[in-house]
Design a binder for this molecule. Structure first.
Ligand SMILES: [Fe+2]
Length: 388
């Protein structure tokens, strides 16, 4: 996590009586992951956070798998995905395994309920749209290019301006964090890290709501893939103060300092986050390999111990024939690399790129979800053909 943060009113000591207003006794909540050994924050609520007037099952979000019949590379043209739904139930799973689920949402509706993912950290990449990630720990304004980190247990409402947006959602069965190698023993980001504490935008305003009413507020709690509807009597954003190390934040992909070298640098150079069984890398506009003899596109490789997912956000991706919004999946085993002609073309181009892409590499094999079948571009397999 970035660092200790404090917002609103908190008492001088932990676990003591704390009153606000006209002798309103606050309810203290220790909000943490990984038992009592991980990061945590201490929150002060106006109402008991455990209260619920009714609880009912809603639905399962378990992805329906698609078996394409052969182990092969894929190009998913997500520009064909129709708009639909709010930032939570509009998420369409495309790729998944037991550790991570990757979904896309084309938002055209407001989120009418509050949402709490009880078992999975979320990393939401905002491709299009601006707005506010509202949570019980405060508000995080967002804009295109932001990674929104939402620790499990956060109650959230993603509010898009005009109810329009496009997001890539990564759900992890565990904790998402900055790579360990970027931090010193105290947790501070090291000088060689590609971003700094100043780049992390923390919650900046508490709503501290005190609205009440029998069953007035609806919270959807997701446990694994099952969603439950909790009707509660108090506004979920009733926190008057908190402090600690666990909280949602935004980090812009545009604040990732580009990595460049005389010769090609491999993807771990561009790593941004790590999660259970996967890494997230950011390919950002940068100078390319400047040695006169350098080949400034990636070499062929078979990634024998990972499946590689790339989401193309903006710019021109020189190595491959894809479009903005494309997702490529290069599963382990068979080689992939520059499309036919891409190496020749790269040698005569200026040594800069405006590409913007998010990569997710998973160590366990990914499965395709049903929606991927309609987006799959079979002609992608022909992109390495050589006509002689
Ligand atoms: Fe690759």
């Amino acid at each position: 996590m970035p660092s200790y943060h404090r917002l609103g009113q908190v008492p001088a000591k932990r676990h003591v009586r704390f009153q606000v207003g006209e002798n309103r006794l606050c309810c203290e909540e220790v909000f943490g992951t990984e038992g009592f050994a991980g990061n945590y924050s201490i929150l002060y609520h106006l109402s008991p956070p455990a209260q619920a007037r009714s609880i009912e099952p809603v639905c399962s979000t378990a992805p329906e798998p698609w078996e394409p019949g052969a182990h092969r590379h894929h190009h998913l043209r997500t520009s064909r995905l129709r708009a639909g739904g709010n930032p939570i139930d509009g998420r369409v799973p495309l790729l998944f395994n037991e550790q991570v689920t990757i979904s896309l949402a084309v938002v055209d509706q407001p989120q009418p309920y509050f949402y709490k993912n009880g078992t999975r950290d979320e990393l939401v990449f905002v491709h299009e749209g601006t707005g506010v990630l509202a949570t019980q720990l405060g508000e995080v304004p967002f804009r295109p290019g932001d990674y929104l980190y939402v620790p499990r247990g956060t109650i959230q409402q993603l509010r898009f301006v005009g109810n329009r947006g496009r997001i890539l959602a990564i759900e992890a069965n565990g904790s998402i964090d900055t790579p360990r190698r970027y931090r010193n023993e105290h947790g501070q980001l090291l000088e060689h890290a590609p971003y700094w504490e100043r780049d992390f935008r923390r919650p900046d305003r508490l709503e501290a709501r005190d609205d009440q009413g029998p069953g007035k507020f609806l919270v959807h709690l997701k446990i694994a893939d099952q969603v439950y509807a909790y009707r509660v009597d108090h506004h979920p954003f009733d926190v008057v103060g908190w402090d600690g190390y666990l909280y949602p934040y935004a980090l812009s992909i545009h604040d990732f300092e580009p990595r460049a070298g005389r010769l090609h640098l491999p993807p771990p150079t561009h790593q941004t986050f790590e999660g259970p069984g996967f890494v997230v890398c950011s390919f950002v506009p940068r100078q390319l390999d400047w040695d006169p003899e350098a080949v400034p596109v990636p070499y062929y490789h078979s990634n024998l111990d990972s499946d590689e997912v790339l989401y193309y956000v903006d710019g021109d991706y020189g190595a491959r024939k894809v479009e903005v919004g494309s997702i490529t999946l290069h599963p382990r085993g068979w080689a992939h690399g520059p499309s036919t002609g891409a190496i020749d073309a790269s040698l005569s181009r200026p040594r800069v790129t405006d590409e913007l892409a998010v990569m997710v590499d998973t160590f366990n094999s990914l499965r395709l979800a049903a929606a991927a079948a309609e987006l799959d571009d079979l002609s992608y397999l022909r992109s390495w053909d050589v006509d002689r």
